[in-house]
Ligand binder design. Structure first.
Ligand code: HXC
Length: 258
């Protein structure tokens, strides 16, 4: 698979995708989002892929949507193309676990793309922001909704109304990122976390992800009802039998993803 704006490699059952537009700090051009969508479509149905890690460069995860591409677009251009929904949101619908490994800038659409992953691991140098207001627009790839869910109203309003950046420590304190790693260890450290997930049962991990995601879409009682149905359904899998038998027999489980 050859792409102009992405690098891709498999590490065991973990797919590592690296955004690769160094000349523009990985600004998310239409070509990049189309390539990312195409790649994710293929990874979704590939049984050899259990987890996806999405990363950028040392300087930038992604500095946002491509401002130079967007600046002359008209309302009709963006409306007819359904700009954002058509391509960007593919990763938010990806059914297997996804982790964003963020070094450097994750701004605007870059921050939104990271938030579409299941969780974010940041390096000490990561900087998050939704600076759209400073260029005369607002977040358009879920930033107003997801950032508020991640860090609450006060900080989301502060970030989105001022356009200021948040460093990795503040992002961890605020709940935007799950862990902070030294910059030089970010990608390998994130791959280790991904490999840990990849050793478990893939369909069970997918159910766990689906259940957590439900928490952000529904009421508590409906969410718990949804969780209960999925929890019960794990008892229909061989991997649940294997996991619990292995524990009882004091051995490591061998999951077969079924
Ligand atoms: C296009 C970009 C870009 C972007 C950087 N570049 N960000 N090109 N779109 N979002 C380009 C610069 O023009 C420059 O190219 C090169 O990358 C290096 O950037 P510099 O600005 O020279 O680097 P530096 O001085 O280190 O500053 C880094 C920065 C700054 C603070 C990240 O680049 C910046 O503020 N970028 C824009 C951030 C932003 O506003 N993002 C939100 C975009 S709107 P040249 O060729 O000029 O040297 C958005 C809306 C999302 O994302 C809505 C849904 C999609």
């Amino acid at each position: 698979m050859d792409y102009n704006t992405l690098l891709f490699e498999m590490r065991g059952k973990v797919a590592l995708i690296t955004l690769n537009r160094p000349e523009a700090l990985n600004a998310l051009s239409p070509e990049l989002t189309a390539e990312l969508t195409d790649l994710l479509d293929q990874l979704e149905t590939d049984d050899n892929v259990a987890v996806v890690v999405l990363t950028g460069s040392e300087k930038a995860f992604a500095a946002g949507a491509d401002i130079k591409a967007m600046k002359d677009w008209s309302y009709m251009d963006v409306y007819k193309a359904d700009f954002i929904t058509a391509t960007w949101e593919r990763i938010s619908r990806f059914r297997k676990p996804t982790i964003a490994a963020v070094n450097g800038y994750a701004l605007g659409g870059g921050c939104e793309l990271a938030m579409m992953c299941d969780f974010i691991i940041a390096s000490e140098t990561a900087r998050f922001g939704q600076p759209e207001i400073t260029i005369g627009t607002i977040p358009g790839a879920g930033g107003t909704q997801r950032l508020a869910r991640f860090i609450g109203k006060a900080k989301a309003m502060d970030m989105i109304l001022t356009g200021r950046m948040m460093d990795a420590q503040e992002a961890e304190r605020s709940g935007l990122v799950s862990r902070v790693l030294p910059s030089a260890e970010l990608v390998e450290g994130t791959l280790k976390v991904a490999e840990q997930i990849a050793r478990l049962s893939s369909p069970i991990a997918m159910m766990a992800k689906e259940a957590v995601d439900r928490a952000f879409e529904t009421t508590l009682s409906e969410g718990i009802r949804f969780e209960r149905r999925l929890f019960h359904s794990t008892f229909a899998t061989r991997d649940q039998k294997e996991g619990m038998s292995a524990f009882s027999e004091k051995r490591k489980p061998q999951f077969n993803n079924d």
